[in-house]
Design a protein around this ligand. Structure first.
Ligand code: SF4
Length: 302
């Protein structure tokens, strides 16, 4: 969701209620949970991360799936989805020229293979869902809620389905090739985050949180309940307090794990013999204005 597919899904500034003094996206919260130093690199130092082919593919597939639902229901076929791949890629490259640098100049095979691999992921999608039978209520929607009276939590959900009886289903497309077990907890954390926002804004606990793993053509459903979301809300608030404390102390420690294999900042990480840059001056990367949602650990949010 992401992912945050990241490459073209930056949080736009939202008008926050006057009491709000901080905001947090699921990706940034998950960064801190995964590794405080990773959170610092991304949210405070705001170190650039070159998009990877895997992230770009995730972004492309998300874009195609979003546009697919613009078509009349009967036209949402595998062929239509395949026809959207190249035009959507052209659009993304026009909007984000840095994507063109993923392939060497004159390399005709790389881009062609890239588009083929995106089409293959779409086949995985059609193996688990028939979009002709679906009418999503929301796609690529920015949702937000205030918790603990002053923390704005927000994020983009890939899709929200609403049943005739009002039941909500949150759907997140996963396109990454990273081992699922390494990222499943992070993916579920992200979905619970959305569930909490929806519960707080609509008063309804989503009936299903659904992860669609396109590479494996698998569906993973999870049914949260209000008590669990209440506990989760406390976890998010505690996480934010821990981030504030770490910021005050300028103390973000590395927490090595399997996810380091997907971290773009190993060269600056003490766990890999590196040295982080000096802590930015106050306000330079003020985490209280966590206004951007940037690519998460590659493979995690795709
Ligand atoms: S390499 Fe690992 S420990 Fe170091 S910042 Fe990245 S995720 Fe954290």
């Amino acid at each position: 969701m992401t992912a945050e597919p990241v490459i073209d899904r930056q949080d736009s500034p939202t008008a926050a209620p006057p009491t709000v003094r901080a905001s947090l996206s699921p990706s940034r919260a998950a960064d801190f949970k995964t590794c405080p130093l990773l959170y610092r690199f991304r949210s405070i130092d705001r170190l650039p991360e070159r998009p990877t082919v895997e992230q770009a593919r995730g972004t492309l597939v998300h874009a195609v799936l979003e546009r697919l639902f613009d078509l009349p229901a009967a036209a949402r076929t595998p062929r239509s989805a395949g026809d959207l791949v190249a035009p959507q890629w052209d659009r993304l490259v026009t909007e984000q020229p840095e994507l063109a640098t993923l392939f060497a100049e004159g390399d005709a095979t790389g881009p062609a293979e890239f588009l083929r691999s995106a089409a293959a992921l779409l086949e995985g999608y059609f193996a688990v869902e028939d979009p002709r039978r679906l009418e999503p209520a929301e796609r690529e929607a920015l949702i937000s809620a205030v918790v603990d009276e002053e923390l704005l939590i927000r994020g983009y959900l890939d899709r929200l389905d609403v049943a005739p009886d009002g039941a909500l289903r949150v759907v997140d497309y996963k396109t990454g090739g990273a081992p699922r077990e390494a990222f499943e907890a992070r993916a579920l954390f992200q979905l619970k985050f959305y569930a909490l926002v929806l519960w707080r804004t609509r008063g309804v606990v989503p009936r299903v949180l659904r992860l669609l793993y396109l590479k494996d053509a698998e569906v993973c459903d999870y049914a949260p309940d209000a008590e669990e979301l209440l506990r989760f809300e406390r976890t998010v608030v505690a996480l934010w307090q821990a981030i504030e404390q770490a910021t005050e102390r300028q103390d973000f420690r590395p927490r090595p794990s399997r996810l380091c294999d997907w971290c773009a900042h190993q060269a600056l990480c003490p766990s890999f013999g590196g040295t982080p840059p000096p802590f930015p001056a106050a306000g330079a990367g003020d985490p209280l204005t966590d206004a951007r949602s940037r690519p998460a650990v590659p493979g995690a949010d795709e």
